[in-house]
Design a protein around this ligand. Structure first.
Ligand SMILES: Nc1nc2c(ncn2[C@@H]2O[C@H](COP(=O)(O)OP(=O)(O)OP(=O)(O)O)[C@@H](O)[C@H]2O)c(=O)[nH]1
Ligand SMILES: [Mg+2]
Length: 445
């Protein structure tokens, strides 16, 4: 998307619906001029709330509003901005926005205010992402990490990394240019690179934790048909979300819900029962189940206490064995069995027997994912991907050097690592990258 930064954008910044007040925002060089068309008296004073009547293009009164003018660069976007606080009715708010647009503003795209803030140098990409994380935070600790990133925590850490990479690159270049004088030994370069690699590896290692805390722990409910997976989902959510019937193969699609168990945020998915089938739709559902199980941080492997461990269960166990799973024997209100597969839990999803025990076991299984050791400020998949690529290049530079290759090959890898870092922080960016990040924002942010 090629967005013209010279034009003036407008959007409703508060959620759609009825509220006491709503906020309409405008950013760009024409902001003051456009809003003035709707006012009997302009709003020249900066950063001061001013009471005004707001008129449409025909001079008809729309609402009594408060308006603040932020003159660029001292504004969120770095441009001239207007914020209008009106009565929070859907109609009123839309009429104000429509008037701004008919007077020359353009409707902002998702996240365009923050995108402009980034393009105008008000924040780097990591801080822009932190804003999204703050809006979407699901837990106290996720919110705390995001706020710290907004204050520059991750940006600062990556700046340290950038300095280290530039230093070692300088040493490499010197040793290429002055190889006869041997000012800097390969050993010194190697030791620097190893230090950087340890730094990066620990960031990558702890990143998963940051992601879990920020976006929630993923939990898949998996098992053969009719064991009570959907009943269990409904019980956990305390809501009739998924259809439950006595017909095997009821659930076809992945059904998601979110809950907190003992303060930990979970994203749960109920899935289609796994079995051999000729039904096309069910087959697709089972493919989705397998994907969901692969992605999940924890799997609830639901089994039927009445039928005991069957061949179908054995087949599923082989698929999930290497993952983090809890065997959950369901329907204990009508049956029992003595098979043990691990940390087994015995429940009745329909009556609620054993649910507390299940929750305790789940929490025990996921605790190590979220609160052992250091929390990383890497809180998006994007950030993690870049760190992994940098880690790869630094590792490669170390192995190149250790194998005795000339030092100029090392310089290539370090430059690549630096390139990744610059894209991560937004020092280098493409329109596609920005589209990708800001499409996750809401309009008006
Ligand atoms: N007695 C008893 N019946 C249960 C229990 N849990 C579920 N059921 C019954 O088992 C049947 C299947 O339940 P579902 O929750 O639809 O099972 P499912 O695993 O989601 O099945 P699919 O979606 O077909 O894979 C229904 O008739 C439920 O009422 C339980 O704890 N005790
Ligand atoms: Mg089901």
């Amino acid at each position: 998307m090629n967005l013209e930064i010279r034009d003036t954008i407008a959007a409703i910044s508060t959620p759609y619906g009825t509220g006491a007040i709503a906020v309409v925002r405008m950013s760009g060089p024409q902001s003051l001029y456009i809003v003035s068309k709707s006012l009997a008296k302009s709003v020249k004073a900066e950063r001061k709330m001013q009471y005004r009547n707001f008129f449409d293009s025909n001079g008809e009164l729309i609402d009594e509003v408060l308006i603040t003018y932020f003159k660029g660069p001292k504004s969120y976007t770095g441009e001239d901005m207007i914020e209008i606080y009106c009565h929070g009715g859907v109609l009123v708010t839309n009429r104000i926005l429509d008037t701004l647009i008919s007077n020359g503003a353009r409707l902002a795209t998702k996240g365009e205010f923050t995108r402009r803030a980034f393009l105008n140098g008000k924040m780097d990409l990591l801080k822009a992402e932190a804003i999204l994380n703050i809006i979407e935070a699901k837990s106290e600790s996720g919110l705390k990490l995001a706020l710290e990133n907004l204050k520059g925590k991750l940006s600062d850490e990556l700046e340290v990394l950038r300095r280290m990479l530039i230093d070692v690159l300088a040493k490499v270049e010197v040793s290429i240019d002055y190889s006869d004088d041997v000012i800097i030994s390969d050993d010194e370069i190697l030791s620097d690179l190893k230090y950087i690699e340890r730094f990066l590896s620990s960031k990558v290692k702890y990143a998963d934790r940051g992601l879990h805390v920020s976006t929630g722990v993923t939990m898949a409910i998996v098992g053969k048909p009719n064991v009570g997976k959907s009943t269990l989902l409904n019980k956990l959510l305390v809501e009739d979300r998924a259809i439950v019937t006595e017909i095997p193969g009821t659930t076809r699609d992945v059904i998601k819900g979110e809950i907190k168990i003992q303060g930990i945020h979970f994203v749960i998915s109920d899935t289609a029962g796994i079995r051999k089938t000729h039904d096309r739709i069910e087959k697709i559902g089972i493919q989705k189940t397998l994907k969901e199980a692969e992605k999940a941080d924890i799997i609830l492997f639901v089994l039927d206490a009445v039928t005991g461990f069957t061949k179908e269960d054995e087949y599923i166990l082989e698929i999930i064995e290497s993952g983090n799973f809890v065997p959950v024997w369901n329907k204990v209100d009508v049956g029992a069995n003595s098979v043990k597969l691990g940390d087994d839990v015995h429940i009745s999803a329909s009556t609620g027997i054993g649910m507390k025990d299940l929750e305790d076991t789940i929490v025990k299984k996921v605790k190590p994912l979220i609160d052992d050791g250091e929390l990383s400020h890497v809180i998006s998949e994007r950030q993690l991907e870049y760190l992994k690529r940098m880690d790869h290049y630094v590792k490669s530079s170390i192995s190149v050097l250790e194998q005795g290759y000339p030092v100029d090959i090392v310089s290539l890898d370090i430059r690549k690592a630096l390139g990744e870092l610059d894209e991560l922080s937004g020092r280098n960016f493409t329109e596609d990258l920005l589209d990708n990040i800001f499409s996750n924002f809401c309009v008006g942010k």
